[in-house]
Design a protein around this ligand. Sequence first.
Ligand code: GLY
Ligand code: MN
Ligand code: MN
Length: 435
Amino acid sequence: MAIAEHRRRRERLMRMMEPGSIAVLPAAEETMRNRDTAHLFRQDSDFYYLTGFEEPGALLVLAPGRAHGEVILFCQERDPVFERWNGERVGPDRAQQVLAVDDAFPMGDVEDILPGLLEGRERIYVTLGEHPAFDADLLGWVKGIRAREASGARPPGEFVALRHLLHDLRLVKSAAELKLMRKAAGITVGAHLRAMRTTKPGLTEAHIEAEIIHEFMRNGARFPAYPCIVGAGANACIMHYVRNDATMKDGDLVLVDAGCEYQYYASDVTRTFPINGRFTGEQRAVYEIVLAAQAAAIKAAQPGAHFNVPHEMAIDVMVDGLLNEGLLNGDKAEIIEAGTYQQFCVHKTSHWLGIDVHDVGDYRVDGTWRALEPGMVITVEPGIYIAKDEPDAPQRFRGMGIRIEDDVLITKTGNEVLTAAAPKQIDTIEAAMHG
Ligand code: GLY
Ligand code: MN
Ligand code: MN
């Protein structure tokens, strides 16, 4: 992503901020996996969105109207010994040029410099609660300014949540963001095809996960956007199944929910297919219901429709289908009203997608569902799950979990399914598995 894009985002955010305010946003900190070994570092999503800077130990300050520069970055100083072991740092001296910020200081100088930046501003935009150690420091600095009020210091009077403004920006994707999301989608489609081609009875779920991760990494996506779910048979009914250590059995389905993160942008795709390459009659029947529900939901994902419309469409189709198969009994309207379908349809149909897999942005505004707008990206992912001990289901349906998930960009005229190339019709899946 061009650094100018990050600069434009900061400018837009500063224009949205109330007069007399300042925003402060810390970078992510390294977290330890075990004693002295850290998790692979990933930058905080908001911080990355505004800076494109991938180091820990940094702080972004936006101070609209500041004469010496509105955008200030604190970051770690260069250090030959550290860099020999861990790689190059940008360092404050190069930050202006590399990151297009106005001013940069060593992180060690925050305590000396930040209180002076806060003083005289009426409100501070912060992500309170997400970086507790930083929050405590910040309160300490504000208190320090208050202590000098008698001698003329002007402490900020208000803390305001930064997330409403910032996350509204993140919700609508730019052309540059969509380019990365298309790339993420393309890599993920390739991984699902490879999963279909590889799957056969006797392999473990982990074998399929490994194929997927290999496909991600060799295409430049170092991380999955979330841990891969490869659930064979009844494991597909566990929503966040990530053990992936069972052996895949002839005659069962496998549910694969996997998406890569490409240059900080997520994809999120689920395909469900028969381990031996052929759907049974029962599998086909339930699969066709979910597929029809997904088609109806995608069709309903239109600009101007509210966020929950695709979910309502999916539920309508799935309840019809479950009634037809005798898995639900009773009056359709009552089932929907009472929510008894949730025995089989466990989760909602959509979420925002972007830098985070469950991306930011309010789903409701002033208590009502938000309208979909061009540039928003959602998933559409209906599912039916019939637990292995489900007393209300005939034996032949038990232990079956089916979800079909695609990533859908809302456009001016309708939508574009970014992940459409991953097979999901019964015949195209069977063909991919036998090709
Ligand atoms: N993979 C997480 C989700 O589908 O929401
Ligand atoms: Mn998913
Ligand atoms: Mn999802």
